[in-house]
Design a binder for this molecule. Structure first.
Ligand code: SD4
Length: 316
């Protein structure tokens, strides 16, 4: 069975009902809002994003509200509070946002602040800049009233101490799952947010794709939006999310655009990359798409009063 057929007929091993592939093929009404997020923690993120839309929020409000949920949840060791630290035991966070007007804000390598996604939004809305990093980003956050806190939980510290005994190199898909939230509101406007603690036990100072506009996230309100999860270094080298949106501009449907962006990575690695990347995308007309390199990937889709997890199979 070709992968396309597989997608049309259903998903594998879903805990949640697999109606999604029916849903993705519905010609969505232009006025149907939708939220599309990465991984299982996309479900509670979508709930919060949906609530924000119901309370009159726009796509940017919804995406931010969604991303804040895993940031605050210490049991999610890939994002925000409780995220796995770098090799020196510091939790360093990356996040960005982009709105329907093409505005963008980002923070990278920020420490001791629980909600980097909201700091990124502040950078976008209250400064002339797009990106703040490290100590400067933290100082800016504090100046804006964000509270400082220790983000290393007892559990994450324990995991890091265990890791230190062997110092085995981890790959991102092994240790963490970035949350990316894409939203389209009732006006058809789109926005996105992306937030992560990055590659577990990374070198101190490492920044991934997630805070980099065009890599971890890109929104073009005329065409569509896309976001990434997985090995950030490879997403950056292929300007992944921008590429997915540009491919949609050229006429690729959202899933085909995600696949083509991944095929370029696969080609660079002689057809056999040993890492994972997944993309999610929304086209302006509400059609969604997703693809991953290998294994499987789950995304959460909230639309038409339903919020469900969907699993897709990798290209390889
Ligand atoms: C990074 N892209 O820092 C992130 C990691 C990730 O699922 O998405 N993991 O490279």
């Amino acid at each position: 069975m070709k992968r396309r057929d597989f997608i049309k007929t259903g998903a594998i091993g879903l805990a949640a009902p697999s109606a999604v592939f029916g849903e993705t093929n519905i010609k969505p009404n232009k006025n149907d809002p939708l939220i599309l997020s990465t991984w299982k923690h996309g479900l509670p993120a979508n709930d919060a994003a949906w609530k924000s839309l119901q309370n009159g929020g726009n796509a940017m409000d919804a995406a931010e509200a969604g991303a804040r949920v895993p940031e605050a949840d210490p049991s999610i060791t890939s994002v925000g509070f409780g995220g796995y630290p770098d090799e020196e035991g510091n939790v360093t966070l990356d996040a960005c946002v982009m709105d329907s007007k093409g505005n963008a804000g980002s923070v990278a390598f920020i420490q001791n602040i629980k909600h980097p996604v909201s700091v990124a939004r502040k950078v976008m809305e209250d400064t002339k800049h797009v990106m703040l990093v490290g100590e400067g980003a933290r100082q800016f956050a504090v100046s804006q009233g964000f509270e400082e806190m220790d983000l290393l939980t007892v559990e994450s510290k324990k995991a890091w101490e265990e890791w230190k005994k062997k110092r085995r190199e981890m790959t991102p898909h092994e240790t963490h799952d970035t949350i990316s939230v894409l939203a389209q509101d009732k006006n058809g406007d789109m926005a996105g947010a992306c937030t992560t603690s990055g590659w577990a036990y990374k070198l101190h100072g490492r920044v991934g794709d997630s805070p980099i506009i065009g890599a971890g996230l890109f929104v073009d309100n005329e065409i569509g939006c896309a976001a990434a999860t997985g090995l950030g270094e490879e997403v950056i080298k292929t300007t992944g999310s921008f590429l997915v949106v540009e491919l949609m501009r050229q006429g690729y449907d959202p899933t085909a655009a995600c696949e083509e962006a991944l095929n370029r990575v696969i080609k660079r690695h002689n057809g056999n990359p040993d890492f994972q990347i997944a993309y999610i995308a929304i086209r302006k007309d509400g059609e969604i798409g997703s693809a991953c390199i290998k294994g499987s990937f789950e995304y959460a889709l909230a639309r038409g009063g339903q919020n469900k997890l969907h699993k897709i199979k990798g290209l390889l």
